[in-house]
Design a binder for this molecule. Structure first.
Ligand code: RM4
Ligand code: MN
Ligand code: MN
Length: 438
């Protein structure tokens, strides 16, 4: 992980906060170390593993989000991409698990990519997948996306959407990104509005043009979503369609799983297992959800589901290791913060995802396999629960402190007075791109 040459917050102050809780943390770590050693697990190895974990931040989540009804702006919101990077810098400085940002164009468009890269690097940040946006019209845009973008009936609208995606790749190349994520809201609100097969054919034709513009070492991630804004039929509604599209396009095309983009009760961990099995798992947008694309903080509603997703990822990683096939899905957050401070939500979500990663690493896979083989259903289920029930907070906090981060990121953030400071430094500016999801 690259070092933080230009920390946003005063490093001395973070260390001071850590010192206050160091004795308690040490005691918790030793106690947990004892529990784990009885299970044959070396706590320091797990802590070292925690330090390897990374999840990218969504630039659009640094501002306060909103709903279909309203947006209640927060104080000191970032007014452009440079200020978004500064906020992401805070998240990374305190958590040390978010060394990259996923940008969204044209919201984050800049004429000075090298300046952006330099500023980001100073905060220890690089760039993960870039996201295109053809789900809303932009000022001065020639053709509307009201009736679709990559799948629109209008050839001119389709060409414009393709062009925008190619432009995203160009911008991403300048920043060091290696992937483009494509989510389109295309679909129909009424039966009969679209020819269901024709829409997907047009989408695939457009995607072929985008695919053709990918550099050799890039991927394109296809993000499915069940519904919204198309309420009757969405073109890329599910992982099956996403998978078929990725197959048609070629090896650089993979599927992206946004946890909130499924019907309630969908078995998402099984989708993850299927995509991994067939080499098409590109990455994730982590968030949590109760009903739909709620974009709530990761692990806030259903942490067990998050754990089960990571359990499948651990299984896939183990298999890839044994056959040397390489397994490296992109981890990104995708959330909308309507009632919390976005920086606090991003920090706690990043830690929750890291927690699921470490809990999944605690699963005794040999025991699980043996219980599965002997059809000992109860003990197989208990093996997963034993890992899930383990409170690994002391491991995560120790990994953060060892890496220079905060034992308690939210407490350190509040003590820093950062929000108060940016509230003064960032008076609202007309036309500022504060938030993506409204
Ligand atoms: C969508 C989807 C995309 C994100 C937008 C802002 O629902 O999740 O990933 O780019 O929201
Ligand atoms: Mn998403
Ligand atoms: Mn979404």
């Amino acid at each position: 992980m690259s070092e933080i040459k230009n920390p946003v917050l005063d490093a001395g102050q973070v260390a001071e906060q850590n010192a206050k809780v160091q004795a308690n943390l040490q005691a918790d770590y030793e106690a947990l170390g004892g529990v784990l050693s009885r299970r044959g697990v070396d706590i320091d190895k797990l802590t070292a593993l925690a330090a390897t974990f990374a999840v990218a931040l969504p630039s659009w989540a640094a501002g306060t989000g909103g709903t279909r009804f309203a947006r209640f702006a927060g104080k000191g919101e970032p007014r452009g991409v440079f200020e978004k990077m500064e906020d992401c810098g805070v998240v990374h400085q305190l958590t040390r698990v978010t060394p990259a940002v996923s940008l969204h164009f044209p919201w984050d468009k800049t004429d000075d990519a090298s300046a952006l890269k330099e500023v980001a690097n100073g905060y220890g940040l690089g760039f993960d997948a870039v996201n295109s946006n053809t789900f809303q019209d932009q000022v001065g845009q020639e053709h509307t996306y009201k009736y679709g973008s990559l799948s629109a009936q209008s050839g001119a609208a389709r060409a414009q959407a393709v062009q925008h995606n190619i432009e995203c790749i160009e911008l991403g190349k300048k920043l060091g990104s290696k992937a483009l994520t494509v989510w389109v809201g295309d679909g129909a609100n009424f039966p009969g509005q679209n020819n269901l097969r024709g829409s997907l054919e047009r989408y695939l034709d457009s995607m072929k043009d985008i695919y053709g513009a990918l550099p050799d070492d890039w991927n394109v991630f296809i993000e499915h979503k069940l519904f919204e804004p198309a309420f009757y039929a969405t073109v890329i509604a599910d992982w099956g369609t996403s998978f078929a599209a990725a197959q048609q396009l070629g090896p650089k095309a993979k599927c992206l799983v946004d946890l909130g983009h499924h019907a309630p009760n969908t078995n998402i961990e099984m989708i993850v297992a299927r995509l991994a099995q067939f080499g098409k798992l590109g990455g994730f947008h982590f968030n949590d959800s109760k009903y739909g694309d709620d974009d709530l903080d990761s692990g806030s509603i259903n942490p067990f589901q998050l754990f089960l997703v990571f359990n499948e990822l651990a299984d896939a990683a183990e298999r890839a290791k044994s056959d040397n096939s390489g397994f490296n899905p992109a981890y990104m957050l995708d959330q909308s913060h309507n009632v919390t401070d976005p920086i606090e939500s991003l920090m706690s979500s990043a830690v929750e995802v890291q927690r699921a990663f470490i809990q999944a690493a605690l699963v005794d896979r040999n025991a699980l396999r043996a219980f599965q083989e002997s059809n000992d259903v109860l003990q197989a289920a208990q093996t997963l629960k034993a890992a899930y029930r383990t409170d690994v907070s002391a491991i995560l906090a120790t990994a953060r402190v060892r890496a220079g981060g905060a034992a308690d990121p939210v407490a350190a953030y509040r003590a820093s007075g950062y929000r108060e400071k940016v509230t003064v430094a960032r008076p609202p500016k007309a036309g500022a791109s504060s938030s993506g999801i409204v």
